[in-house]
Design a protein around this ligand. Structure first.
Ligand SMILES: Cc1cc2nc3c(=O)[nH]c(=O)nc-3n(C[C@H](O)[C@H](O)[C@H](O)COP(=O)(O)OP(=O)(O)OC[C@H]3O[C@@H](n4cnc5c(N)ncnc54)[C@H](O)[C@@H]3O)c2cc1C
Length: 262
């Protein structure tokens, strides 16, 4: 907007993205005591809404490159001279057949959840366990191998006596509506309302793979980076860098963004 371009942001699920799940962000400048992911995401979204950017709820299914690129959404078709793909990451899915509800993001857990199992041993699984405990949800972490989460997160989880940890699970399944998690020495049976799967994330790069190396189509944010570099500050910096590249292009014309009916 500051550069004189008309800008639209198209989001398929919720503005704020993955950050909405983060319990406490302590590495984003300007918030010395940390800030919850939801609060930070709400600040970003609030600024977007007041900056004149058009916010659209739709899922882009296809990009057709051209002088003006066509973005084919579930509900509409959009055209733009410049496209930035910032679709983030998707969770690695777990191939299981259980008869309890399975979620991949903690923000999707129903409000009435009382007991939850989380499978995963990385930062996200441990962060989710702390969020559940904060919310008074009885939570058990299921780990296949030793934890890979940040040592501070591991320490904090270990200090919370209410958080259960079961190490070395070989598989999970349900029996009579209960979650069964066998290890070498014991078969653990858990009565839970939901299972949260947090076993890693991979780039959501389906759209990007359709349009690789096309002129005036860019990518930005965490989808470009390995997991150790998937930080809000890096994603935002990369977005700003991409915007600067677009603005430096000679043929920037005004009024680039408009909606076309189907
Ligand atoms: C539990 C947890 C804790 C975290 N803690 C921290 C922390 O403390 N500090 C930190 O720096 N980072 C943290 N992160 C990471 C941080 O959330 C990410 O780095 C950041 O969200 C990346 O932003 P992004 O915009 O690149 O991607 P995302 O936030 O993933 O946003 C991508 C968006 O694109 C949308 N989308 C995808 N495909 C389409 C499509 N086809 N059409 C329309 N929309 C689409 C998605 O719905 C999503 O909203 C944490 C993450 C989690 C899960």
């Amino acid at each position: 907007m500051r550069g004189g371009l008309r800008v639209g942001v198209i989001e398929k699920r919720r503005f704020g993205g993955l950050l909405m799940n983060a319990r406490r962000v302590e590495n984003y400048p300007g918030f010395p005591g940390g800030i919850s992911g939801k609060e930070l995401a709400d600040l970003f979204t609030g600024q977007l809404l007041t900056s004149g950017v058009t916010c659209i709820e739709d899922e882009i299914l296809e990009i057709r490159p051209g002088k003006r690129h066509l973005l084919v959404g579930r509900s509409d078709i959009y055209q733009a001279r410049y496209v930035v793909i910032a679709t983030g990451t998707r969770p690695k899915s777990l191939d299981i057949n259980v008869d309890i509800d399975v979620f991949y993001e903690i923000i999707d857990l129903p409000d009435h959840s009382k007991r939850v199992a989380i499978i995963g041993g990385g930062d996200i699984a441990f962060d989710y366990a702390l969020s559940c405990d904060d919310a008074g949800i009885e939570v058990t972490l299921l780990l296949r191998s030793p934890p890979k989460a940040h040592p501070m997160l591991i320490k904090e989880v270990q200090e919370r006596k209410r958080i259960g940890i079961i190490n070395g699970i070989s598989c999970i399944f349900t029996r009579n509506g209960k979650l069964v998690a066998p290890t070498d020495c014991k078969e653990h049976t858990l009565h839970v309302d939901a299972l949260v799967v947090a076993i890693g994330r991979e780039p959501e790069d389906g759209l990007l793979s359709m349009v690789h190396h096309q002129e005036n189509i860019f990518s930005a944010g965490s989808m470009k980076f390995p997991s150790r570099l998937r930080h809000v500050g890096i994603a935002i910096g990369d977005g700003i860098r991409t915007a600067c590249i677009i603005l430096s292009k000679k043929e920037v014309d005004h009024g680039d963004y408009k909606t076309m009916g189907r």
